[in-house]
Design a protein around this ligand. Structure first.
Ligand code: 5GP
Ligand code: MG
Length: 451
């Protein structure tokens, strides 16, 4: 998962890119960067860490001159957390500067890699994003547009990408539109971003989504739209469940609205009789939990407080503290929990570690009962399209039944939303979504190497 941004024709392009990345920080916290073009050359700053830390000094942003900029927040799903893999990646091609920011995960790359390496291609990173540029450079087309089109047509998997080619911006989305990507405007400036919450922050007017299978080229001559390929959309439903911010609009719908509906459907499908309070696991399940309480007799309360200031590392006391890893992030509110029948609504269970630890600290407040309701079906299958779902073996629902998971997390009851309830929550037709992590139905067959 990652967040991407592109700014075209704005005198403060890098500052706008920075602000957009700030709004998209939830999509990746490992590293980030911005590259700008000043009409003659590019300027790049990228680093490990959060955007506000990378650009903590004004001079850094000021050094990214020019009216075009692209940026990226990294969450590694392909390739390790190495400096070289932090984006935007930069390349030189026949005297031009190419920079690329990619959200998604390419699949079935083995054959392409073999073919490219036979031709002498030297891969510089362990990130899949490099393939766009190598395929572009080897493509036969006469124009830049044709060459990029050819590269996009050869690649499978998910990609929302923003490329800066000197003073051109090339924006593309895979034919299934797996990851979100939208476009907004401030007067004559165009802004591209993973989610609309980035446009809101900088006061850009939302225009539209980049269409699945669309390549858009922006340059001095205007905006030109090309078709990479067409297919029935397969948007990632997990963007609604967990990943996107509730204040964003993606795949044509408000995330808040869909997430509330997930909670409502969960309450209808899996009610908790006689519950006193509904609580969320902040922040990711807040909206789902509110939806649940709206369709239940129990009212929503804040029973867990999250510390928002946890950096990548903290100094642990030498003496081992029990439950330290969860307590550093969450604390309980006794007044809400003690002697009550509690429903904890979370958005998803992946490894099951969060809830196991949370229930242990919740039980210290002596609640009457602890019931768990999950706003999505059990995650049973790995995602090859960019969600950080580990191997089958690490997914608790792949090897354990619901009853076994309930015992493992030590809840009084555990229930999940069904796939039917999940698909009933979205507005687009059901077949417009990829549900592979829940259903095992992948969009295309995945080669062994990728598995
Ligand atoms: P678990 O503890 O079961 O492994 O993960 C579930 C928790 O992690 C949930 O609270 C959910 O909000 C969050 N979560 C779900 N998917 C992801 C993901 O792809 N990345 C990260 N960092 N957290 C996730
Ligand atoms: Mg969570």
């Amino acid at each position: 998962m990652c967040g991407i941004v592109g700014v075209y024709n704005h005198k403060e392009s890098s500052t706008l890119a920075y602000l957009c990345l700030y709004a998209l920080q939830h999509r990746g916290q490992e590293g980030g960067g911005i590259v700008s073009f000043d009409g003659k050359k590019t300027h790049l700053i990228k680093e490990h860490g959060l955007i506000s830390d990378i650009f903590s000094k004004k001079e850094k942003l000021a050094s990214l001159k020019g009216s075009i900029a692209i940026g990226h927040n990294r969450y590694s799903t392909h390739g390790e957390n190495l400096y070289n893999n932090i984006q935007p990646l930069q390349f030189k091609f026949q005297g031009a500067d190419i920079s690329i920011a990619h959200n998604g995960n390419l699949v079935n790359l083995k054959k392409i890699r073999e073919r490219l390496e036979k031709k002498g291609t030297i891969f510089q990173t362990t990130s899949d994003t490099e393939y766009f540029i190598h395929l572009f450079s080897h493509a036969h087309g006469k124009t830049i547009e044709k060459k990029f089109l050819s590269a996009f047509q050869q690649l499978e998997g998910s990609f929302s990408v923003i490329i800066m080619y000197n003073d051109k911006l090339i924006i593309a989305r895979d034919k299934y539109g797996i990851r979100p990507l939208c476009c907004g405007r401030i007067n004559d400036s165009l802004i591209f971003a993973s989610e609309t919450c980035a446009l809101d922050l900088i006061g850009a007017q939302y225009e539209r989504e980049i269409k699945p299978g669309e390549m858009l080229v922006i340059d001095k001559s205007g905006e030109h739209s090309y078709k990479i390929a067409s297919a029935n959309p397969k948007h990632c439903i997990f963007e609604y469940v967990y990943f996107s911010r509730p204040d964003s609009k993606i795949f044509g719908d408000s995330v808040d609205k869909i997430r509330r509906k997930l909670g409502k459907n969960l309450a209808i499908e899996k009610p908790t009789k006689g519950a006193d309070r509904v609580i969320s696991v902040p922040d990711s399940s807040n909206t789902t939990a509110i939806g649940y309480s709206q369709r239940s007799d129990a009212r929503f309360e804040i029973g867990l407080i999250r510390n928002h200031y946890i950096g990548r590392s903290f100094i642990e006391p030498q003496q081992q503290l029990r439950d330290f890893s969860v307590k550093i992030k969450f604390n309980t509110i006794e007044g809400v929990l003690t002697n009550r029948k509690i429903v904890i609504v979370d958005d998803s269970i992946v490894r099951g570690t969060t809830l196991k630890k949370l229930i242990r600290i919740i039980k210290k407040t002596n609640p009457k009962e602890v019931h768990v309701r999950i706003g999505s079906p059990p995650v049973k299958y790995p995602c090859f399209y960019g969600m950080d779902f580990p191997s089958k073996e690490e997914l608790i629902a792949n090897s354990k039944s619901v009853e076994e998971i309930r015992k493992y997390i030590d809840a009084d009851s555990l229930e999940f939303l069904t796939i039917g309830g999940l698909l009933d929550s979205v507005s687009l037709p059901r077949d417009c979504f990829c549900t592979a992590c829940f259903s095992g139905k992948y969009i295309e067959p995945i080669e062994k190497e990728d598995k």
